[in-house]
Design a protein around this ligand. Structure first.
Ligand SMILES: Cc1cc2nc3c(=O)[nH]c(=O)nc-3n(C[C@H](O)[C@H](O)[C@H](O)COP(=O)(O)OP(=O)(O)OC[C@H]3O[C@@H](n4cnc5c(N)ncnc54)[C@H](O)[C@@H]3O)c2cc1C
Length: 439
């Protein structure tokens, strides 16, 4: 047996990052155990039941250009099954819904003059041509977009789009955010594909995760769910992990995949500068409602909201993408609200969120009402995405820590990409390559 086969690795967190890392390490011949706090794997990508329907807790699509995710899906024998669909986008402006799914519809859009539309298009084109994204970290995204798009296009188009992804934290976000978003949308064209399409695996992430778990176990990975880790500390060159029931276990290497502020709370014995750096990464969280309707809603996968005063930051209709039989013919709509991880909105009780969100949905879509709502569930996650603040890349925590054998790998290390499963898998694979050098 080589030393690689005898060293024991624990991965804290069974989201797509932890699972991919476990897989790649096991393929290097390591002995790997995944410790996941929830009763199931998948983290942000996990599925849940909504009435009689089982689907993702948060809306997920795959892009044709998501090459790393698609390689994993190929290995899981699922890539061939992806259903690819061209979707439409809606805009809610001045109390009315408009379709803006192509350039002609954008030209017809009444809420912005021709010059504003041209400057909006120009901003996308110009930003897509920039190669040195680090330069954009020095300027706030609002300043950048206002400069190139002008006031009208900024306020009518860009601001609602920024708020839909960042809530009010757009004010502290750098222009690198819009660069990475535009690069993701242009990725299909760069790879020679004429248009972008959205895809999903039939059965959703529930099916992907089930297959992933089976393959991991075949590869020798042990997956322990309902295993929250409460404390991690170095001990005589190894790493000791405490679980909620008080049990202690020693490992040669431990990789924490939770968000850095959570990792800082778990890990003892870090140098003060390291701990401070982990705590300093600001995170955006989400309160996201899933609404099951007795029928599909609108045919728009995304409805962007230009009008003020709605309680959520966008409307995503999964039933505009997914075949009716996948959702028992029902409509599935997500109402996300992105807020910073300490925002008081996390404390608003379910009943009040339900009332305010449904009122907002019925305002945008007056032809639906309470009688159409078959189920409603709320997901609250405080640590979803690191906020790409000014000079972000200069303050990213390293994967290795000063505690021998203790590593922190997380979404905070995705530098020039938006948060998505494709980038997450890329990060896991980079980490696995780096860890290949460890005994
Ligand atoms: C609303 C929303 C929409 C999205 N849409 C898309 C999309 O359309 N396409 C796309 O590709 N991606 C999308 N994503 C992003 C995608 O979900 C993430 O990129 C990916 O799931 C991140 O995986 P992760 O493993 O890094 O993090 P997580 O999924 O957060 O996993 C971390 C895991 O660590 C566990 N954990 C934390 N602390 C402990 C502890 N102390 N002990 C044990 N376990 C612990 C957690 O329970 C969790 O399971 C979306 C995300 C959200 C929230």
């Amino acid at each position: 047996m080589t030393s690689q086969e005898t060293t024991r690795w624990a991965i804290v967190g069974g989201g797509m990052l932890g699972l991919t890392l476990a897989w790649r390490l096991a393929q290097q011949g390591r002995r790997v155990t995944v410790l996941e706090a929830a009763p199931h794997v998948g983290g942000l990508a996990s599925a849940w039941s909504l009435g009689d329907v089982v689907w993702d807790r948060h809306y997920h699509v795959t892009l044709l250009s998501d090459s790393r995710l698609r390689t994993v899906l190929k290995e899981l024998d699922l890539d061939d099954e992806i259903d690819w669909v061209e979707t439409r986008a809606g805009y809610y402006a001045d109390g009315r819904l408009h379709s803006i799914s192509n350039a002609i519809e954008l030209l017809r859009f009444p809420a912005l003059g021709l010059l504003g539309k041209l400057r909006f298009g120009w901003t996308i084109f110009y930003t897509s041509k920039i190669r040195n994204w680090r330069r954009l970290e020095q300027i706030a995204v609002g300043t950048w977009l206002r400069r190139w798009a002008g006031r009208a296009a900024f306020e009518r188009m860009w601001l609602p789009l920024l708020r839909s992804k960042l809530g009010e934290t757009y004010r502290d976000t750098s222009a690198a955010f819009i660069w990475t978003t535009i690069q993701r949308l242009y990725a299909a064209r760069r790879t020679g594909l004429k248009r972008e399409m959205f895809g999903y695996v039939p059965g959703g992430y529930a099916r992907v995760l089930e297959r992933f778990s089976e393959r991991l176990q075949e590869e020798g990975v042990e997956i322990r769910t309902s295993s929250p880790v409460t404390r991690i500390a170095g001990k005589d060159g190894r790493v000791e992990v405490a679980s909620k029931d008080g049990a202690l276990e020693e490992w040669d290497h431990v990789v924490v995949t939770a968000a850095p502020p959570l990792a800082a709370r778990l890990c003892e014995g870090l140098e003060e500068t390291e701990a401070r750096q982990l705590r300093a990464v600001r995170y955006l969280g989400i309160v996201c409602a899933s609404v099951l309707l007795d029928r599909p809603l609108s045919g728009y996968y995304v409805t962007n909201l230009l009008d003020e005063g709605l309680p959520f930051t966008g409307i995503i209709e999964m039933s505009a993408l997914v075949r009716p039989e996948q959702l028992a013919g029902m409509g599935l709509v997500y109402l996300p609200r992105y807020v910073e991880s300490h925002d008081p909105f996390f404390e608003v009780p379910d009943e009040e969120v339900r009332e305010r969100f449904l009122e907002g949905l019925f305002r945008v879509y007056p032809d639906v009402g309470p009688e159409n709502v078959k189920a409603f569930r709320i997901s609250r996650v405080r640590h979803v995405m690191p906020l790409p603040t000014l000079y972000y890349s200069e303050n990213v925590p390293d994967m290795d820590t000063s505690v021998p054998g203790l590593h922190v790998v997380s979404s905070a290390q995705i530098l020039n990409g938006t948060l998505n499963v494709n980038e997450t898998i890329g990060l896991a694979e980079d980490a696995a390559r780096r860890f290949a050098e460890h005994p």
